[in-house]
Design a protein around this ligand. Structure first.
Ligand code: PLP
Length: 398
């Protein structure tokens, strides 16, 4: 049985794949087989004309084509993202697959954003002559079949772009809009609602959610695109592993509750930091004074004032933000003073992370730290930051 169409996303996350159950187990079993027995009935041994069209969720043949764990993972994501979902080994493999599908002559993309996405563009350019143009290029620079790649909220700042505006710009010149929505998974943002043609996620972040699997996801509204993506994936072989897709399915069960909690905790931390930054107290023994000694700026979508920002992210803001400290030395040292925030790259896991971003992205301000809020109690996270700030200042004075 399938859940009623009007079920809440948190319900769909638990039941959208029920129809794919092959066994009576309540918890999905781990299917590791790469190959599947053909039917015993000789009458049923008919060479396939179109394996993608003929796939019915039961007639598995070889796991580069379809596999049970990944099919369930995709069924849940299809219902959450509101499109046909194809999963890949990594987020960058998903972006690569989207560019192979659309094969544009030009791609309009921001200078910032995830550095790896620019690497994918440059690999594709080597093969096809694809040209990169700026995100704010004139519409005259784009034509039929071209692509705008919009990452929003954008790495590493966590600030946001207007999806509707870029969708209209793309469609006016016959181009397609790909939205990399990794920083705002469901239920926070629905790029299709604002005109995206392809929604991309690095599933290594919130979908996996426990920093223990790599995965990428494309969602499309067009069935012919879905079919072509699956055929290309079969040809190229960039499929998620069986173990990863099982872990991914398990993680999606709690996506809604994890994302909402992390988003709320992030909001509480930002409010506290922002109030401290804005405070005018001159007493030097207050927490606010300590925050102002260490922290110069905060970047996050919630601090943007344009009216569309709250519309586009009406279910909450993403749990990643960036801070600029007052000195580079503070930025380098702060992660080493924290007990709860782990000093590591990546985001979207249950453990809160902080990263001196200069270590993995040479393009960003060396005073910048990127923060991914996890599922620890937010006041414990606040106290961890406070004691970290305090030890920086004490060390400097000593
Ligand atoms: C991590 C990330 C990617 C790349 O995903 P992988 O799964 O590491 O390949 C792409 N875009 C954004 C915004 C990301 O954060």
């Amino acid at each position: 049985m399938s859940p009623p169409e009007n079920s809440h996303p948190s319900t769909k996350a638990l039941h959208a794949d029920d129809y794919l159950n092959l066994v009576t187990d309540v918890a999905p079993p781990i299917h590791l087989s790469t190959t599947f027995r053909y039917p015993d009935d000789p009458e049923a041994l008919v060479p396939s004309e179109d394996p993608v069209d003929e796939f019915n969720g039961k007639n598995y043949v070889y796991s580069r084509e379809f596999a049970p764990n990944a099919t369930r993972f995709e069924a849940v994501l299809s219902s959450l993202l509101g499109g046909y979902v194809v999963s890949y080994t990594t987020g960058l493999a998903a972006l690569h697959a989207a560019l192979v599908l659309l094969n544009p002559k030009r791609i309009s993309a921001g200078d910032g954003g995830y550095h790896g996405s620019h690497e994918v563009i440059s690999v594709v350019s080597r093969l096809s002559g694809l040209k990169k143009v700026p995100l704010d290029c004139s519409p005259r620079e784009l034509g039929e079949g071209d692509v705008i790649l919009l990452e929003t909220p954008v790495n590493p700042l966590g600030t946001t772009f207007n999806i509707k505006e870029y969708a209209e710009k793309a469609h006016a010149c016959g181009a397609s809009l790909i939205v990399d929505s990794t920083f705002a998974p469901p239920p926070l943002q629905d790029p299709f609602a604002w005109g995206a043609d392809i929604v991309m996620h690095s599933g290594s972040k919130y979908f996996g959610g426990h920093s223990d699997l790599l995965c990428g996801v494309l969602a499309v509204k067009r069935n012919d695109w879905w079919k072509k993506l699956v055929e290309d994936r079969l040809a190229i072989g960039n499929v998620m592993g069986n173990m990863e897709s099982w872990l991914g399915l398990r993680s999606l069960r709690t996506l809604d509750i994890r994302v909402r909690r992390a988003s709320e905790s992030c909001g509480s931390l930002l409010q506290w930091l922002q109030e401290a930054l804005n405070s005018t107290t001159s007493e030097s023994d207050t927490d606010a004074h300590l925050v102002r000694t260490v922290l110069k700026e905060i970047h996050h979508a919630s601090l943007q004032s344009e009216p569309w920002v709250r519309e586009q992210m009406r279910n909450g803001f993403g749990p990643v933000f960036s801070i600029i400290l007052t000195t580079e030395q503070f930025a380098k040292l702060l992660p080493t003073k924290l007990a709860l925030f782990q000093h590591a790259t990546s985001l979207g896991g249950v453990e809160s992370l902080i990263e001196w971003r200069a270590l993995s992205d040479g393009r960003v301000d060396r005073k910048l730290l990127r923060v991914s809020v996890g599922l620890e109690n937010w006041e414990d996270l606040k106290n961890d930051l406070l004691q970290g700030f305090r030890s920086l200042v004490q060390e400097k004075q000593a």
